[in-house]
Design a protein around this ligand. Structure first.
Ligand SMILES: Cc1cc2nc3c(=O)[nH]c(=O)nc-3n(C[C@H](O)[C@H](O)[C@H](O)COP(=O)(O)O)c2cc1C
Length: 300
């Protein structure tokens, strides 16, 4: 039985990755789960320089998931290269760096800083709803998306995954623009914009008022978008949004995804991603499936 998948010539031992921002740099989670069991660890967004993120409160629970407005807080590329890469390299898993910027120049700067870094793939986040400049604004206009992807691709020395926002009218339009800008793979979905109000305090629960919604409730939305994007483009797609167990992950694979990422589920169970990988293996063996290509994209 072969659980391996290939993303732009990078071979993952299984299709299960962590979703950026929900697994730190892997360090905290390594106490609770075996990183060797994961296809890849996708780290929290890394910028050219340290970012503070947004003021609290920036996390709230909602029905079926959570809202966050963390705002890409991170210690910057130099710290990441010095501390996080050597830590992650102790494990037999691939490293994906999620990169962020407030402007095209900042995306270029971080990509240049990461040239030569010992990582396997880059994931360009043009879909964060929690920053006032940059972030999602790059991922909601096809022309802007194509331009920033092109600029980053030119400087990238690793295959480039582009992470798409669900907060658009037609996600396939942005998907095509990212591919025409040079994306080697796509990942989706980032969080959906959402809000919660505390009626007793008559205040929005999040300091920034609006945040990003994730967790089980977004799964049907994410699945439909992954299905549509897989039909629209020819590059590998990494599906995410509300995946909590192996069955959820298999739905994304049947919709056409090559790999999946586990996000919010890590907060309720730090071993969630490892369990999903194990569950996929069990399903394959139970169903007599030798390779995931036998079920990938079987929904026509
Ligand atoms: C607390 C938190 C922080 C996140 N930070 C990032 C980030 O830094 N970069 C990014 O591309 N996505 C980020 N995301 C989005 C997730 O990677 C993922 O796309 C989204 O949460 C949907 O998956 P899920 O429902 O399994 O969580 C974050 C999500 C959460 C909940």
């Amino acid at each position: 039985m072969n659980t391996k998948v290939n993303i732009c010539s990078v071979e993952l031992k299984n299709p299960v990755m962590t979703a950026s921002g929900t697994f730190g740099s892997g360090r905290e989670f390594s106490e609770f789960t075996d990183l060797n069991k994961l296809g890849a660890v996708v780290v929290k967004g890394v910028a050219a320089k340290p970012w503070q993120g947004n003021p609290p409160p920036r996390i709230a629970e909602v029905y079926g998931g959570m809202l966050n407005s963390v705002g890409l807080q991170n210690p910057g590329a130099d710290y990441f290269i010095k501390n996080d890469i050597p830590f992650l390299r102790q494990f037999d898993t691939k490293i994906v760096v999620n990169i962020c910027g407030h402007s095209e120049q900042e995306y270029i700067d971080v990509t240049e800083k990461l040239r030569g870094a010992d990582v396997d793939l880059l994931e360009l986040n043009i879909s964060c709803p929690n920053v006032s400049e940059g972030g999602m604004s790059f991922g909601t206009d096809p022309k802007v998306a194509e331009k920033v992807v092109k600029a980053v691709k030119k400087r990238a020395d690793k295959p480039l995954i582009v992470k798409l926002s669900p907060n658009v009218t037609d996600i396939t339009e942005i998907a095509r623009a990212a591919v025409s800008g040079g994306a080697d793979a796509l990942s989706l979905i980032n969080t959906l914009t959402g809000m919660k109000i505390d009626v007793k305090r008559r205040k929005s629960v999040l300091y920034r008022k609006i945040g990003g919604m994730s967790g089980p409730a977004v799964k049907p939305v994410a699945l439909a978008m992954v299905y549509k994007v897989c039909k629209a483009v020819d590059v590998p797609v990494i599906g995410m949004g509300g995946i909590s167990n192996a069955e959820d992950a298999l739905e994304f694979i049947m919709a056409g995804a090559t790999a999946v990422s586990i996000g919010t589920a890590n907060f309720t169970d730090p071993g969630a991603a490892e369990k999903v990988a194990e569950g996929i293996k069990k399903y394959m063996s139970h169903e007599g499936i030798n390779d995931l290509s036998e079920i990938r994209g079987i929904i026509d």
